[in-house]
Structure formats: C-alpha cells, structure tokens
Design a protein around this ligand. Structure first.
Ligand code: UPG
Ligand code: MN
Length: 558
C-alpha cells in the first residue's frame, strides 16, 4: 500500500466507523485534517524506519553539509532555542489541561472545540480536555456524550459522578425544581477515561473494510464540569467557572472559548518543545470573513499583529481571554519564585501558606488527578469524589483569595484583561506567538448588536481599570514603564497648556449642559443617558447620512 493509499484508508476508516456508530456525524474537513496525522502516525513511522536504513551515507553527507553551513552562518539568537529543542523530545512534553468554557448552548457550537482538542497532535496521555458548562444546557451534555461515544469506540463505560451521588436527575431542558439553569448541583463527569500509557492499536473490526490495526486509537481524557449554581451566590461567570475547573495538576493550562477551535494540531507540541519558560498568547483568527459585512467582522489584525506583537519587546501581550497557554502551579512559594518563574506560577500557585484557605478546596481537588490512575484500577473512593465535587460548589471560593489574588480575577466584565494585568504587575512576562498556520481559529462573531456590546465591554474595562487601584500608574515597580503606558490604553495628544485648557473647558461645559438638561427636562439620569446614546448613534450614522443626502438633493437633485 502506498503512503497515499494509506492516507485515504486512514481517514475513511475512521470516518466510516464513526458514521456507523453515531448515525448522524458530519465531520468538518478541519476535523478530518486533524484526525489524519494520528491515524497515519504509526504507519509513517514504519516507512521512515525503512528508508532511513537504506540511505545512511546520503544522510551523513547532507548532515555534514548542513553543519558546515550552520557553522559558517551562526545565528546567536537561535542557539538557546536549538539547545531546548535538542533537549526536549515529545516524551518530555509536559501535561496540558485544556479548558473549554461554555455558557450559551445556542450561540456557541458545542462540539467543534472539544473535537479538535481530542484530535490534537499531542501525547494523548498528557492531554486532558475539560469542558466547563455554565449554561446548564442539556445540549452540551448530549453533545459531549455523543462526542465521547463516537470517538471512544473502545472504552466500555463512563462513570458519572454527581454532587448528590445519584445519576443525572432530570434534564435542564425541562428543568426540575433542583435542576434549572442558574440552580443546579455541581457536576464532574468523566466522558472519556484516561488513556493507557502504551499505544493501543485498533482491530480490523473497528473499521470494517479498512482496518485500524496499525493506528493508535487512544484518546485523551475528556471531562465535563459544571459549577454548582445557587440563587444568591454570584458564580462570577467565566472567571468563576475557570477557577472551579482547575481541578488537576497539568503543568500547563490552555483556555479556549467555545467559539474557538484548534486549527493547527501541532501548534502546542511545537511551542512546548521549544519554549517551556513563559506563557504564550496566540492570536485570535476568524474563520469566515464576509467581505460584504467587514464592518462588524473585522479581523482586528492591527490589534493582534501590531499592538500585541509589539508588546513582546516589553513584558508581553495582554491576556485576551482565549488561546492562551499558562504555566500552572509552581510548588514553591510564589514570592520566592516571582522573578524567575513563568507567567502564572503565582496566580495559579496553590501551595503557598498565604493561600491556605483557597488551598483547602483546591488541594483536595488534586485528588481528581489521582482519580485518573485510581480509576483504571477501579479504586475510586466515594470520599475522593466528594472532595472533588466540593471544588465545583458555589461556595468554594468564599473567604479565600481565589478571584481576588489567585486564579482568574473577579469583579470585572472582562476578567481576562484584569487577570493578565495582575500577572504583569507581578513582573511576569508573556509571549505573543505567531505560527505559520494559525494555532486556533474563531468562528466569526455574531450580529452587530453583540459585536457593539463586546466593544462596549472592552472599552468599559479600560475606563474601569483607569479609575481603580489597578491603574497602571499605581502598578508595582515590577511593571515596566512602557508596559504601563500600553495598559493605559489611550492616545495622548501633545498635552500642552492650550490643549489642556481647551479639553477642560469642553468637559466642564458638557457636564454643565448635562446637569441643565436633566434639570429642565425633569428626567432621571438613566433616561438622560439613554437619550444621549440615541443621539450619538443617530449623530454618527442617520444624521450624518442625512447631511450628505440633503446636500446632494440641493446640489444635483438626487
Ligand atoms: O457565565 C458565563 C458567561 C460566559 N462564559 C464563557 O466566557 C467566554 C466569553 O464570554 P462571551 O460572552 O462569549 O464574551 P466574548 O466577548 O465573546 O469574549 C471575549 O471577551 C471575554 C471577556 O473579556 C473573554 O473572557 C473571552 O475570552 C473573549 O473571547 C465564553 O466562552 C463563554 O462560554 C462562562 O463560562 N460563563
Ligand atoms: Mn464569545
């Protein structure tokens, strides 16, 4: 069989068996592309071994030429990089926990993110995919069950754990009293068990005609987590979900929003074999751009490939909430490590005394990691499971520093910027990583209202930061001066005296005008604000258009 035939056989074998199993699977080309490398891996290895054996003299000559050329053309910057890549092989890769955050089962496609994670080109035993669902949607649960059953042809059963120890009572689509959106028990459900440590080949039966006998069919562990919701408790949206989802000890954490997916299945491998010292922010790339609608589906390239990239020269890009790889949990006290450690070791460090209350919940959660091995041998104890469930309770962070100083920071509409700021403020660096093929893609945003709402939130947080204790002027001495200016996020006109007086006069006049308007029209501040918003929107589109239309009519009679 040629390699080409092998390729086709590999893909079709998987497609046909998945299709049969679930009945209704439609796989995107991206997913097939991702699935292909793993399907081919074993077969290719065999081919490579044979060809290496045949041409050693040629390989030696080529290697000699390369080394000569390399010595004649030194690249000093690349020496350390080369050293790292020589030292690190795939077997040295660290464990990664991938967190997918979900909230709205209707707006966010439930499958594509986790599917691409399961198919990523990374040692399966070192990858765990956590899907955090805040929406309490039955759709998510069903989608994950489907994903697991179609992907996991060989794992016989999945254990279900619920806070109350019973099996899933009722559904959220038809909510029972104790299981409605915003009011339900905490859930940790292992959808796919941890894979075995040694490669596992399929049997010819698995694929029907084609056979999977030389294909490694293991899949990474897949876990669904839904934080408990109780009326009266603020679950702190994504930040709360992420903090409660950190229930394992992977050396790295990667967070993806549910509308993102892995586009370059080898990106993490590439990055981690070369660069294991800091955290990495990948750009956000849109999947589809409709040119006729480019206004609201702008690629934001200037922000990502201009501003964010430029920040690499300082302390690094801001954290934009998705597509970011963090280093987790330094076992040493954060203070001692602060200057040398990677981005996140303090924020996610949980063994330091200062965080002792926070640790109580999370230290116990580390048992969940042990569940991995314990489970295989059938040794999961109920108390261990109950401990794990504590971490997804609605009170786990009460009176702790989670959300205040540790983990994702609460209290803002854009937790990501604040969380990133906190890390830079402690002197850590981040890196903006552009890969040749985009690491992740984002299914283009939504409708105009949602887009404007998003911009409003991002702009609001700049103002919020400016008037809070997190104003970059008040940052610790560890934040570099230029990094502070980047966080201030406003354009400074040459502030001479005349311009300052002009600015002040305009501001005071506008404030006085507002007061008078409110007084004379006898309205509440809120109504006035709505009115102003309306005028601004009208003034920048309909009224502006009316001016041109009016002029055209007068001048040429159109
Ligand atoms: O109660 C909630 C609400 C939201 N989310 C998740 O949070 C993410 C972001 O929420 P969304 O409403 O989609 O905000 P966007 O404006 O689309 O997201 C951008 O802005 C957010 C706030 O700055 C960041 O968290 C995101 O990563 C970033 O992509 C999504 O994955 C949601 O599933 C939750 O997990 N729980
Ligand atoms: Mn979103």
């Amino acid at each position: 069989m040629t390699v080409d035939e092998g390729d086709r056989a590999g893909i079709h074998a998987r497609r046909s068996s998945w299709g049969r199993k679930s009945g209704s699977w439609e796989m995107s080309p991206e997913f097939l592309a991702l699935a292909r490398p793993r399907a081919q891996r074993l077969r290719r290895q065999g081919d490579e071994r044979q060809s290496h054996g045949r041409y050693p003299p040629i390989i030696m000559v080529v290697l000699g030429l390369f080394i000569t050329w390399r010595i004649c053309h030194p690249n000093n910057d690349a020496v350390w990089l080369w050293g790292m890549s020589v030292k690190n092989s795939k077997s040295d890769l660290p464990a990664i926990d991938m967190f997918v955050s979900r909230a709205d089962p209707e707006k966010e496609p439930p499958l594509v993110t986790s599917n691409t994670i399961l198919a990523a080109e990374y040692p399966v035993e070192k990858l765990v995919c956590y899907v955090s669902d805040d929406g309490g949607g039955l759709l998510t649960f069903e989608a994950m069950t489907e994903a697991a059953s179609f992907a996991n042809l060989w794992v016989p059963s999945c254990p279900t754990w619920m806070a109350d120890g019973t099996h899933w009572p009722g559904t959220w689509l038809s909510p029972s009293a104790e299981h409605s959106k915003g009011d339900h028990a905490g859930i940790i459900q292992v959808m796919l068990k941890p894979p075995s440590d040694v490669p596992l080949c399929g049997t010819s039966d698995d694929s029907g005609v084609m056979g999977l006998t030389d294909v490694d069919i293991r899949l990474p562990m897949l876990v669904c987590v839904s934080r408990e919701k109780c009326p009266g408790y603020d679950h702190n949206k994504k930040a709360g979900a992420m903090n409660s989802a950190i229930i394992s000890n992977g050396a790295f954490i990667l967070n993806l929003d549910c509308d993102h997916y892995i586009y370059n299945s080898e990106a993490m491998c590439e990055v981690l074999t070369r660069m294991i010292v800091t955290d990495v922010q990948f750009p956000q790339r849109f999947e589809f751009i409709d040119p006729s609608n480019s206004l609201r589906q702008s690629r934001n390239t200037v922000f990502f490939d201009g501003n964010m990239r430029a920040l690499n020269g300082l302390q690094g890009p801001v954290y934009v909430g998705t597509g970011c790889l963090f280093r987790q949990g330094s076992p040493d006290p954060p203070r001692a490590k602060e200057h040398s450690a990677g981005f996140c070791s303090c924020c996610f460090g949980r063994k330091h005394k200062r965080f002792i209350r926070a640790n109580e919940a999370h230290a116990r959660a580390e048992d969940v990691w042990e569940l991995k091995s314990a489970h295989i041998e059938g040794r999961v104890s109920r108390p261990t499971v109950a401990e794990a469930i504590n971490v997804v309770s609605c009170w786990y962070e009460d009176k702790t520093e989670w959300g205040q100083r540790v983990g994702w920071i609460y209290g803002s509409v854009t937790e990501d910027v604040i969380t990133g700021y906190q890390m830079h403020n402690r002197g850590w660096q981040s890196i903006y990583c552009l890969t040749k093929r985009d690491a992740f893609r984002w299914t283009a945003p939504i409708n105009l209202t949602d887009r404007l709402h998003q911009i409003l939130r991002w702009a609001t947080v700049s103002v919020e930061l400016f008037f809070s204790r997190k104003n970059a002027f008040l940052a610790s001495s560890r934040m570099k001066v230029l990094q502070r200016i980047a966080y201030l996020n406003f354009i400074v006109q040459t502030l001479n005296v005349t311009f300052s007086i002009y600015l002040l006069t305009v501001t005071v006049t506008l404030c006085a005008l507002a007061v008078l308007e409110i007084k004379w029209s006898r309205i509440e501040l809120e109504e006035w604000w709505r009115n102003e918003q309306f005028w601004l929107i009208g003034g920048t589109n309909a009224h502006l258009a009316a001016v041109f239309q009016g002029i055209l009519k007068v001048v040429v009679g159109v």
